[in-house]
Design a protein around this ligand. Structure first.
Ligand SMILES: [Zn+2]
Length: 282
């Protein structure tokens, strides 16, 4: 089977209904975190809903619902930015990303959903689990087979990014760079300034030959030492990690990390796989 070709991200219409990241503590009583990806379908299959119809529906103020992505075989649209909170699954909103897939669930639709999962995991962690809407609320959404989505997403990531299924390796190595997708109007200088790095660094990491020529939709590597995607996000403890080491890695003090992690009562006792919140820099 050939690798699914990721279509360009459509951003012409976006959803007006979402909670900005910085409002999370006030609205949800918790900081924004990304712990799970919810796979939805955008309507019941027998109604044969369309991609454009769904984009238009979620772009309406009166809909009072949203999702991060809408995908089907050959198309993908971003309705809400990843770090903002889409309104798709009540109590799960603050800690999740959401993908709405075409309910017809063709092989191509599965490939589209899986590729989107791989893109999200690449940004937020290779071990991000998948869940159904009905895991959190009473609904028939969705009929996607999550084991299949997971399998295809890992195969896609392995083929496209060379990502192993076991997550990142080498606890002591520097965190891998994360990926920024160029938006219309971006310049490399502006992106470098925004993430506190240099044009040369991004160009070198991303194999950009001519820094004056970047294209919308192009993926650039941003050194993660400097600044990650807008925090807060969740870090999973790996073997050999210490709390002070984690704090150091992200440029915080142990005290700053402890302040947002009520669950950590003894900083000398953290467990492999445990989730540690990393505070926002904003
Ligand atoms: Zn749903």
């Amino acid at each position: 089977m050939s690798l699914y070709e990721l279509p360009p991200l459509e951003t012409r219409k976006t959803a007006p209904n979402y909670t900005p990241e910085h409002d999370a503590p006030e609205v949800f009583g918790a900081v924004r975190s990304i712990e799970v990806i919810l796979i939805h379908w955008w309507d019941e299959p027998q109604r044969h809903p369309t991609f454009d119809g769904t984009v238009n529906w979620l772009a309406r103020e009166a809909t009072k619902a949203s999702a991060h992505r809408i995908v089907e075989d050959g198309r993908r649209a971003r309705m809400v930015d990843d770090m903002n909170i889409a309104w798709h699954a009540g109590p799960a909103n603050v800690k999740s990303l959401s993908i709405e897939g075409n309910p017809r669930r063709s092989d191509g639709d599965y490939a589209a959903v899986a590729a989107e999962v791989a893109v999200m995991r690449r940004k937020f962690g290779n071990d991000l689990p998948l869940a159904h809407h009905y895991d959190y609320m009473s609904t028939t959404c969705s009929g996607y087979d999550l084991a299949r989505v997971d399998r295809e997403a890992r195969a896609y990531a392995a083929a496209k990014y060379g990502t192993g299924s076991g997550g990142s390796s080498g606890g002591s190595s520097k965190p891998a760079p994360w990926v920024y997708t160029v938006k219309a109007g971006d310049t490399l200088a502006r992106i470098a300034a925004k993430y506190d790095t240099s044009v040369q660094t991004i160009a070198r990491l991303s194999d950009v030959r001519n820094p004056n020529r970047i294209k919308t939709g192009q993926e650039l590597k941003i050194p993660s030492k400097v600044k990650r995607a807008p925090a807060p996000w969740v870090y999973r403890v790996k073997s050999g990690d210490t709390l002070s080491g984690i704090a150091d890695k992200f440029g915080f003090t142990t005290g700053q990390i402890l302040r947002v992690n009520d669950a950590v009562t003894d900083p000398d006792r953290i467990k492999v796989g445990q989730k540690i919140k990393v505070p926002s820099r904003n």
